[in-house]
Design a protein around this ligand. Sequence first.
Ligand code: SAH
Length: 350
Amino acid sequence: MEIKKDIRAFTKDQIKEHFVAIGDKAFRGQQVHEWLWKKGVVDFDDMTNLSLEIRNHLKANFAINHVRVDEMQKSSDGTIKNAVQLHDGKIVESVLIPTEKRITACVSSQVGCSLDCHFCATAQLKRMRNLNPDEIYDQVVAIKNEAEEYYQRPLTNIVFMGMGEPLMNYKNVLEAIDKITSDEGLGMSPKRITVSTVGLAKMIKKMADDEVKFNLAVSLHSARDSVRDSIMPINLKNPLNQLLESLEYWYIKTKKRVTYEYVVWKDINDKKEDIDALVKFCKRVPSKVNLIEYNPIDDGQFQQADPVVLQNYIKALTANGIVAKVRISRGKDIDAACGQLANKNELSIS
Ligand code: SAH
């Protein structure tokens, strides 16, 4: 059987050209594009302003390789986790996080992850592939629809803090963001989008050169190479001085403050020299710090530091004019919190 081409892989112009080529109007292509991207339909039969003949033509010649929410779990705190099945059967996870003022979608950029951060559950899956732009976009649309259905509220923010390293799938992440922010897609402001990275210096510079308009978060966790090397192997190839230099470059080019994500663990980064190093690091580039609660992953070698240490971090940072907050985790009971995305239903990955 011939495999039908995914119509969503075509640009609007290409779809228009297709219609012109079969003797129809370019405008028909415009209508189809709107159904696909603005209205997010997943079935040609739902394109109700097209004639039956056109719909049958589309069905005979194209597929819509949309993602499907395979399983939805709701946490006692209102967080929703979607296990999203891709057209090839692989699964990624995305999370809806409701707060009083915002509804945030946390989306994945890769199936699995290759970075091997020792404290992260996603690292225990090997990276299997990059997501396509539309697979990223679809996760956002699924959450937008859930926000409207379950909370009667619009989606307000998007964070690329799900599975995978967005800057290792840069081109597709950028394309997805283009669609999310375009009027032909969701028309969301890039100011409401944050891309989180382990801190790949070369790619941060590239983003700065590309003058991207979204926000940058860096998963720092330590401002000392010896410590960071031991928990995040990427630091061996991409040490803190290179990271910092790229962040300075980012700030000069974009004038955007960087957010550092930071977990404090007992006996790992809970000493005075850890705090001092972070303060020094933060002074170099305008930034703010989110101290995130540790979400234990199954093997349990990491433990959340004493609350007093967190307060010491906050005191030292604020005394130096750096905004710092403690972030309480959401969705822990359904393994939807930071670093817990790992497909407990992994067997369904073929
Ligand atoms: N690869 C990107 C995107 C993943 S974001 C990045 O590293 O930024 C996921 C965030 O959760 C990162 O800040 C990561 O360091 C953090 N994280 C991973 N495991 C965690 C855990 N067990 N508890 C709390 N945060 C964790």
